[in-house]
Design a protein around this ligand. Structure first.
Ligand SMILES: NC(=O)c1ccc[n+]([C@@H]2O[C@H](COP(=O)([O-])OP(=O)(O)OC[C@H]3O[C@@H](n4cnc5c(N)ncnc54)[C@H](O)[C@@H]3O)[C@@H](O)[C@H]2O)c1
Length: 309
């Protein structure tokens, strides 16, 4: 079975590529031309490489041919930047996805598996852990767009029978996450600590998040391929929360040294606590995150040590 990973050269896409290849799937990766790939792709690996722009219909037409399963991992925005320019967010992510859905319909795609965001679609939680049935009141454009895409997936399933699965992913961390990016606290903190650089925390460090190892996210993605049940939307996280201060403490334990931390003013779009209830994914997909935070951190550290400055 041929799988297309849109945005497959990125962090989660690189993990999924490994997972799909290990399970014997044919993999086609679609990503922008000339980008620095997160993972090194060997010549003898059975991956088809398609370069193009998600917002260009013609590029998608070529990429989608003969693919039965599509993993949609492209996001042109981050929670913060999406509020700076919601028009761009909608034009690129939402309109781009609608074009994809139209092409999926005419190309007889079986299933679309979408990387949504457990951290933003719910907004300020009324209670934690957050179940999938929690109200959805995003406080950033990124979350509204993700949620709208979820609704369109449901519509295309209803109208045209294209199956879909939405994974509302919490805060993934692990190898191939860019250590200098604006997102991904664990990897950014760990890399700074490793290099003896200052770690900047917005707020007082009490903010709690659900950090899930990217290899475990891949397991959930793989399990959603054969899943044929009625449920379509799943929270994917570790199922427990950790504060940023606890992350710092774990890093200090792992590196066996104190790290430099500065606290700056908190950001309005950062909710105080976000922890996902993952019971539905456990029961329906038969998935369970296996990697402890400490194990994930160790793997991440080994990879970061291989990077050149
Ligand atoms: N990393 C997280 O914290 C997180 C959490 C929840 C959900 N998600 C979602 O999971 C998905 C994957 O996240 P990631 O962390 O792997 O992101 P990433 O940025 O590492 O990967 C995304 C890939 O999409 C590609 N891309 C972006 N715009 C494109 C375009 N116009 N045309 C072609 N390719 C384009 C990028 O080049 C990149 O390789 C995203 O949709 C993201 O919103 C991520």
């Amino acid at each position: 079975m041929k799988c297309l990973i849109l945005g497959g050269a990125g962090f989660l896409g690189s993990h999924l590529t490994d997972g799909l290849l290990a399970e014997g799937y044919s993999v086609r990766v679609f990503d922008r031309p000339n980008i620095a790939k997160h993972r090194h792709f060997e010549k003898d690996e059975k991956i088809e490489w398609f370069e193009g722009d998600f917002t260009n219909r013609n590029d998608l037409v070529e990429a989608i041919k003969d693919c039965e399963i599509i993993f949609h991992f492209i996001s042109t925005t981050l929670p913060k930047s999406s509020n700076d320019n919601p028009v761009y967010d909608v034009e690129t992510n939402l309109i781009g996805t609608l074009r994809l859905l139209e092409l999926a319909r005419t190309n007889k795609v079986k299933k679309i598996i979408y990387a949504s965001s457990g951290g933003t679609v719910y907004g300020v939680p009324n209670e934690v852990p957050i179940k999938e049935s929690h109200t959805t009141e995003p406080i950033c454009s990124y979350g509204i767009t993700k949620l709208t895409i979820e609704k369109y997936l449901k519509l295309y399933h209803y109208l045209y029978g294209i199956d879909f699965c939405v994974l509302r992913i919490a805060n993934p961390f692990g190898e191939w996450q860019r250590p200098t990016a604006a997102q991904g606290a664990v990897t950014v903190f760990l890399n700074n600590a490793l290099k003896g650089k200052m770690i900047t925390i917005w707020g007082d460090g009490s903010v709690v998040r659900d950090f899930v190892y990217a290899g475990d996210v891949t397991e959930a993605l793989l399990k959603s391929i054969p899943y044929e049940g009625e449920e379509k939307v799943f929270n994917i996280g570790a199922g427990y929360g950790m504060s940023l201060k606890e992350i710092i403490s774990e890093i200090e334990t792992l590196l066996e040294k104190p790290v430099k931390v500065e606290f700056v003013e908190s950001r309005s779009f950062d909710v105080k606590s976000n922890v996902l209830d993952i019971e539905k994914a456990k029961n329906e997909l038969g998935w369970n995150p296996k990697t402890t935070f400490r194990e994930g951190l160790k793997k991440n550290l080994s990879w970061l040590k291989t990077l050149e400055d």
